[in-house]
Design a protein around this ligand. Structure first.
Ligand code: NCD
Ligand code: ZN
Length: 331
């Protein structure tokens, strides 16, 4: 049995830089036709010159593979001139509240002060991508941030807003209230809850931001993904960290899913008899929401066992050592 996907897109990925990029970029390009590349490098990607240099590094990293990097700038207060110049080179601007996740120290401390830039983005039709977490109790951070989304969506009704990597049923419910509000969801948040991270022996490879939530949250997200909810896109948030920064005290946040995300999604959608919805979830919705025309790329999978490697370079993937029921054709 085989299954084909056309131009799968990963609408939220961390490709890093240097040696790590050389390890992970070809893995994303192996199964995706394009991806939204996150700007949380050190220092962040917050100028057009740096973004263009980073795009070149990404393209060099993927080599001959067909893969379109959709670049993002790190949110700061930009001038109109900067935004006008950047407009044709970015898919959006990513806002991190200061300090909420990996490499977000340069993020926004006072959200009201971000509004002048948001107003220009609205005018220039530049989407706003948001890591939506408050500084509150870890399980409540996303829920607490929903009022910020409401505020931004009300104040800037023409601004396209993407709630990145949503983890709660309440974030999903907010989609119904604002026409220009959209969301990405990761693979791991469709698979795991806090129990899998910390309910038994601590699993550092599932530790990420936002922290996986309750079973009812996962169920709601899974139902929406399986239905290819029209405002929801797949975004892996694949976030590689070297093994010595995961298997240690002070474990870095991030789950590495890029090399097996497509295979596991096929397995998941097949298990729920919804394979017919996967194309929209993994590409169609993103194309419509962002107005993209991704490169043509056919990804062929076959129903054949595939054992996930223990490591890719020095990164441990999700499901390391486990056997999947689908593999990439020819792998
Ligand atoms: C991401 C990373 O490592 O860059 N980590 C994570 O846990 N998801 C940053 C992010 O998207 O929050
Ligand atoms: Zn991320």
């Amino acid at each position: 049995m085989t299954f084909e996907l056309q131009s799968p897109l990963d609408m939220h990925i961390h490709l890093r830089e240097g040696a790590m990029l050389k390890t992970v970029a070809p893995l994303s390009a192996g199964t995706f036709a394009g991806g939204v590349v996150m700007p949380n490098l050190v220092p962040p990607v917050d100028s057009l010159a740096r973004l263009q240099a980073y795009r070149e590094e990404v393209l060099a990293g993927v080599g001959d593979a067909v893969f379109e990097p959709y670049m993002t700038l790190f949110f700061r207060n930009y001038t109109r001139e900067e935004l006008e110049a950047a407009r044709d080179h970015v898919i959006g601007i990513k806002l991190y509240p200061a300090g909420v996740t990996t490499n977000s120290e340069a993020g926004v401390a006072v959200l009201e002060e971000a509004e002048p830039t948001m107003a220009i983005m609205e005018e220039l039709s530049i989407p706003l991508l948001v890591h939506g977490e408050s500084g509150g109790f870890v399980m409540d951070r996303e829920h607490e941030f929903l009022s910020v989304y409401e505020h931004i969506a009300t104040r800037f009704p023409q601004l396209t807003i993407i709630m990145e990597h949503i983890t709660t049923a309440s974030a999903l419910a907010l989609l119904d209230r604002f026409e220009k509000l959209h969301a990405t969801v990761t693979l791991h948040h469709l698979l795991v809850t806090l129990d899998d991270v910390a309910g038994g022996l601590l699993d550092p490879h599932l530790f990420c931001k936002p922290i996986p939530k309750r079973p009812e949250d996962r169920s709601a997200l899974l139902a929406a993904a399986l239905a290819a909810h029209p405002r929801l896109m797949f975004g892996s948030d694949s976030a590689p960290h070297p093994v010595d920064q995961k298997e240690c005290c002070g474990c870095a946040a991030g789950v590495f899913t890029a090399p097996i995300a497509v295979q596991v999604l096929v397995e998941l959608f097949e298990a729920h008899d919804r394979l017919d919805r996967l194309q929209d979830f993994i590409s169609g919705n993103a194309q419509r929401i962002y107005g993209l025309h991704p490169p043509e790329k056919t990804v062929l999978l076959e129903k054949a066992d595939f054992t996930v490697p223990a490591r890719y370079g020095d990164v441990v993937p999700i499901k390391a050592g486990q056997t999947l029921s689908w593999s990439l054709s020819g792998s």
